[in-house]
Design a protein around this ligand. Structure first.
Ligand code: EPS
Length: 391
């Protein structure tokens, strides 16, 4: 990371989730309505479990903003957990441990077992409370601040779902412009660019729910209006593709990340894999194809940044389809299962992916253009865009 950093904290069933962002320059206009819209986008999507009926995430900005403008000081964001009122005893900060809702049965595919051994917990609730994807709420809030910064210099971020389980719209979107994919996805309950196909997706999700199963999928995140030269080739940890991959891979349940055509490029000849370079007066250099996903040599190349991520099925399964595991106290085999879970959270993960991309790009932008006063920085970005056109 460059100049922008954030920490987040909070347990899934604790009182609240918080984040502190440091490195957002002064004089940037941000609104909590904007952040709340992003929070609610993350909560939508067909296939979520009962918890989403409880939570209506709303941000409280506790520092770093005055009269709608950032102060350059750390920005504290807080989202309360509504479910907390049902967990005050089980998740109490003080008092005596309770066996209520104790978890001794580690779920295959979850952090439960490795986390319990690593941190020395026999009640695995201590692990899952923080390993939970509830944590992504504050990533989306931080991402929403970064998005407002990026949008102010013409950089837009969006996402859409490509597949859930084996059902894919990959072929159908080939010739659809990016903005259209996004606009259509905003109207879909599954975030696919084909809201008219929602019925088909709902059917496989309903079937999975009946079976006690869960489903993974693939989503794509993009950024348009990104200037040439964010990130760098000069050192491994400055490469923007590496930074994006780390950010995406850090989202719970993500098992694969691709930039541009990614793995598919490996099957092509060089002459079919790379994007030819063209030039036009007033426009400058450009490419007609974007197989590289907007990144060459660890730097943005001016084309849309395209990132794909694959999410595995959620490890929490319901009674009917649970997997074998071993009780950590008795060492007896049992069937790992839970009462409440999401069937799929791919549409939500896509929104988290947008936030992570926004955080990485905002960081890289500030690294290149400065840190203190947004008014100055914005001017520098505008001058640089002119320089690129005339280069
Ligand atoms: C999650 C399990 C479920 C999800 C949760 C992530 O929560 P619970 O165990 O309370 O039913 O609903 O997601 C969220 C709460 C959220 O805001 O996205 C998990 O184990 O990761």
């Amino acid at each position: 990371m460059g100049k922008l950093r954030f920490l987040n904290a909070g347990e899934s069933h604790g009182p609240a989730l918080t984040a502190i962002i440091e490195g957002i320059p002064s004089n940037l206009r941000i609104s909590s309505d904007y952040i709340n819209r992003e929070l609610s986008r993350r909560q939508s999507g067909y296939g979520r479990g009962g918890r989403m009926k409880i939570e209506k995430d709303k941000v409280e900005i506790l520092s770093g903003v005055r009269f709608g403008l950032t102060l350059g000081s750390p920005i504290t964001l807080m989202v309360k957990n509504r479910d907390w009122e049902n967990w005050t005893e089980i998740m109490a900060v003080e008092g005596q441990p309770t066996e209520k809702r104790e978890i001794l049965n580690p779920r295959p595919g979850h952090a439960d077992l490795a986390g319990g051994i690593k941190y020395g917990f026999h009640d695995l609730r201590n692990v899952l409370e923080r390993a939970s994807a509830r944590e992504t709420t504050t990533r989306v809030a931080v991402g929403a601040v970064c998005k407002q910064l990026l949008e102010d210099v013409g950089i837009k971020i969006g996402s859409y779902v490509i597949s859930i389980g084996e059902l894919s719209v990959e072929k159908e979107i080939q010739n659809m412009p990016l903005e259209e994919r996004f606009e259509r996805a905003e109207k879909s309950e599954l975030r696919t660019p084909f809201p008219e196909e929602d019925g088909k997706f709902k059917k496989i999700i309903d079937l999975a729910r009946e079976e006690g199963e869960s489903l993974g999928g693939v989503f794509e995140v993009f950024a348009t209006g990104v200037p040439v030269g964010l990130g760098s080739y000069v050192h491994w940890d400055r490469r923007i593709d590496g930074r994006i991959a780390q950010a995406m891979m850090s989202i719970q349940a993500i098992k694969g990340v691709e930039i541009g055509e990614g793995f598919r490029l490996s099957e092509k000849f060089g002459s079919q894999a790379h994007d030819e370079i063209f030039h036009e007066k007033n426009k400058g250099f450009y490419h007609k194809t974007n197989r590289a996903g907007g990144i060459e040599g660890g730097m943005t190349n001016g084309e849309p940044v395209m990132v794909r991520a694959a999410m595995k099925p959620i490890p929490t399964l319901m009674r009917k389809k649970s997997l074998r595991s071993v009780n950590i106290k008795t060492k007896e085999t049992f069937m790992a299962a839970k009462e409440r879970s999401d069937v799929t959270a791919v549409p939500a993960a896509a929104v988290v992916g947008e936030a992570m991309l926004a955080i990485v790009l905002a960081d890289a932008l500030l690294e290149k253009f400065g840190n203190d006063n947004w008014i100055e920085i914005k001017k520098r970005v505008e001058d640089y865009r002119k320089y690129i056109r005339e280069f």
